[in-house]
Design a protein around this ligand. Sequence first.
Ligand SMILES: Cc1cc2nc3c(=O)[nH]c(=O)nc-3n(C[C@H](O)[C@H](O)[C@H](O)COP(=O)(O)OP(=O)(O)OC[C@H]3O[C@@H](n4cnc5c(N)ncnc54)[C@H](O)[C@@H]3O)c2cc1C
Length: 402
Amino acid sequence: MTVHDFDVVIVGGGLVGCSLACALAPSGLRIGLVDQPAGPTRGLAQDQRKLALAAASVRALGTLGVIKQLKTQPTAIRRIHVSRQGDLGAVRLEASEFGREDLGAVLLAGDLGAALQSSVAALPQNVRSVAGRATLLAGAQSVRSVRVDAEHGEEVWNSALLVAADGTASPLRTALGVSVETFDYEQTLIVTSLRASSAPDGTAYERFTDTGPCALLPMSGGRYGALCGVAANEADDVLQLNAVEYAEFFQKRFGWRAGRVLDVGERFAWPLRRVVASKVIAERAVLMGNAAQTIHPIGAQGFNLGLRDALSLADVLAEAVGDVGAMDVLADYEQRRREDREQTLAFSDGLARITRGSSFLHHVGRSVGLLAMSLDAGLRAQLAAGAMGYRGRVPRLAREPA
Ligand SMILES: Cc1cc2nc3c(=O)[nH]c(=O)nc-3n(C[C@H](O)[C@H](O)[C@H](O)COP(=O)(O)OP(=O)(O)OC[C@H]3O[C@@H](n4cnc5c(N)ncnc54)[C@H](O)[C@@H]3O)c2cc1C
C-alpha cells in the first residue's frame, strides 16, 4: 500500500472542504483532500439548491478566485424583508442604509460546487486531491492516519492535522469519539424556483407562518429561489401536488409581496434536523462545516458559517509556528470560532422556532419584537452584520478593506 505524508488532510470535498483546500493552498503546506466519488447525478456540481451567501462569503470566494469561475454571476441581495404571518410589523434591512450596494448574493449551489472543483483542480502541487473513501486508522500520537480507498487502489495518508469536513453524518467525527446533540425540527423543506408577476428586485424575503417558514430569494433570469417548510407528516401530501396546486399552496403561505406566483419548477425535499458536535477540536483533528454543525437552512447560514470555519483555520495555520496539529494551535482555532459559532447557532435555531406557537400572547410578543427591531438602529445594525457574515472574529479573507 502506498503511504503519503501531509501536513493537513481534509476528509470531505463538499463546499466547505474544497473552500478549505483553496484557502490553505498559498501556505505551501502539504495538503491532501479526499472526497467520496460522486454518482452521475448526486455530485456537488448537480446540486439544484439556491444558496444565499453573506457579503463576507462573497468577498472571500472572490479573493480565492472562485466567483470568477461561476457559470452565472451571483444575484445581489440589496435588501432583506422579514415578516410573520398574522403579526404586526416587519423588518426591512436596506444595503444602502449601511453604506453598501448589497448584503450578500444568491447563486446555484451546483454552480458554486463546480467552480470550487475547478479551483481545486487548478491548485499548485502542494495540494493532492483524490476521489476515494477515507477511514480513520489507529496511530501514533504525533500523526493522524487515514486509509483512502481510491479507484486506483488503497493508500495510507499520514498528517499532522486531520480535518473532518465530511458532512452531517461525519463518519470521522464518530471515529474520533466526538458526540453530537441532535434535534428533529419535524419539518421538511421544499425547495424550488418560481416566477412571479413582480420580477426580483434584489429583495430576499423571509416569512414565518404557524405551519413553517418560507423564503423567496432573488435569482437571475427573472426567477426566484423558493423555500417552504412544511410539517414532516404533511410533506408527502404537499409533494404530490401538481405545479399549479403547489403555486397556490405557496401563494397562501407566502402571501402577495412578490405578486402572483405564475409557475414553479421541479421540487426537492430536505428533512430538517439540527446536529451539533459537542466540540470542534480533538487530538490532531478539527471538525468544520456540517460535520461540526448542521443547522436549519431558513436563516441561510450553514455554508456561510462553514466557510468561516475554513477561512479561520487557514488564518490560524498561517500564523502557527512548527507543528500545525499541536494542541495550542487547535485551541486557538476553537477560541476564534466560539463567538461566531454560538451566535449563529442561536440565531438559526431562534428563527426556526419562531414558527412554533400561535397563541394570542405569542402573536403580541412577536409583533412587539418585530416592531422593536424595525425601529431600533442598534438591533438593525446587529441583524445586518449577522446577515452579512460579520460575527465574532472575522477571518482575514472575509474582511472589508479598512
Ligand atoms: C435546503 C437547504 C438550503 C440551504 N441553503 C443555504 C443557504 O442559502 N446559505 C448557506 O450558507 N447554507 C445553506 N444551506 C446549508 C449548506 O448547504 C451546508 O451548510 C453546506 O453545504 C455544508 O457543506 P459541507 O462541505 O460541510 O458538507 P457536505 O456538503 O455534506 O460535504 C461533505 C462531503 O464529505 C464527503 N464524505 C463523507 N464521508 C466521507 C469519507 N469517509 N471519505 C471521503 N469523503 C467523505 C461527502 O461525499 C461530501 O462530499 C442549506 C442547506 C439545505 C439543506
